[in-house]
Design a protein around this ligand. Structure first.
Ligand SMILES: Nc1ncnc2c1ncn2[C@@H]1O[C@H](COP(=O)(O)OP(=O)(O)OP(=O)(O)O)[C@@H](O)[C@H]1O
Length: 270
């Protein structure tokens, strides 16, 4: 990516509290159109809380969430989805008894329900044409994610790594402009992680989707992110390119004992 575009997402002075616990304290950051932006930090730092404030699951007590300049702080999750904010979850949220194709089509139909124009087309052109269009879109995603061989498989019978890929497929079915990924590589072996990293890069470069992701695999984050924000105890302690963030003493301090440098050096050497 040559230059970060205008912000697609702005998180402005967001504070989120649960009783006495401050999950987020005055956190600000913005994600440019076309970026791969990662949010890292130790356990309990507030990463998922931040993603939940963006997707609308949580509503911050203070601050604002803006998407392409529009204030969505009070908008419902469905309204954010309809604007083009998609997401995957830390713990898989799939229909396990349904086929892979079925799960992807559910993603498409959710889009239809929230879209007045497409909904009107349904009455004008009939359900068949619309269904053909959905299936065509689903097949494009299936080809892209190389899951054609499991298209008809019952989702719950697949390996964890493949189910993570199906969840990505379902999120893609909404045709998001901004995709929020919560630990897309968690629980994967090295080969699966490399595949997922490649899909995220292609999704960004070929499909033009902006990515905001949480990921614990620091090596993978450093390899594929344009910029990285670091949270610790609900505060943003660093923001910059992977190199800038890795060199920041506050980041090293936050990760004390987690050997962030050894992991990074190992990856850089290999
Ligand atoms: N629904 C909730 N109710 C009460 N406390 C919550 C809730 N969600 C998050 N918290 C608290 O907010 C803080 C931040 O949690 P969060 O899950 O956002 O961190 P995280 O960085 O995503 O952690 P992890 O890497 O372990 O997933 C923690 O102290 C957590 O216990």
């Amino acid at each position: 990516m040559a230059d970060a575009g205008a912000p697609i997402l702005e998180v402005a002075d967001v504070t989120l509290q649960f009783g006495g616990v401050s999950a987020l304290s005055d956190v600000s950051l913005s994600v440019g159109e076309g970026e791969i932006f990662s949010i890292i930090g130790p356990n309990g730092a507030g990463k998922t809380s931040l993603l939940n404030c963006v997707s609308g699951r949580y509503r911050p007590q203070q601050g604002a969430i803006r998407f392409r300049g529009e204030d969505l702080t009070r908008a419902k999750p469905n309204a954010r989805c309809a604007r083009g904010i998609g997401r995957t979850f830390q713990n898989l949220a799939l229909y396990n008894r349904m086929s892979v194709l079925g799960n992807i089509l559910v993603g498409r139909h959710n889009q239809l329900r929230n879209n007045f124009i497409t909904g009107s087309l349904y009455w004008l052109t009939g359900a068949d044409r619309e269904e053909i269009e959905h299936r065509r879109a689903a097949e494009t995603i299936i080809d892209f994610l190389e899951i054609a061989h499991i298209r008809k498989a019952t989702t719950g019978t697949l390996s964890y790594g493949l189910r993570k890929r199906v969840e990505l497929a379902r999120a893609m079915a909404l045709e998001p402009a901004l995709l929020l990924l919560d630990e897309p590589m968690a629980g994967m072996n090295q080969e699966e992680k490399e595949d997922m990293a490649r899909f995220i890069i292609d999704l960004n470069e070929e499909w033009g989707v902006t990515i905001a992701m949480i990921e614990h695999d620091i090596g993978a984050v450093m390899d594929i992110s344009h910029r990285v924000a670091v949270l610790d105890f609900g505060q943003r302690i660093a923001l910059g390119t992977p190199e800038e963030v890795m060199a920041d003493p506050r980041v090293k301090q936050a990760y004390l004992g987690e050997d962030i440098e050894a992991e990074h050096d190992h990856r850089a050497a290999s």
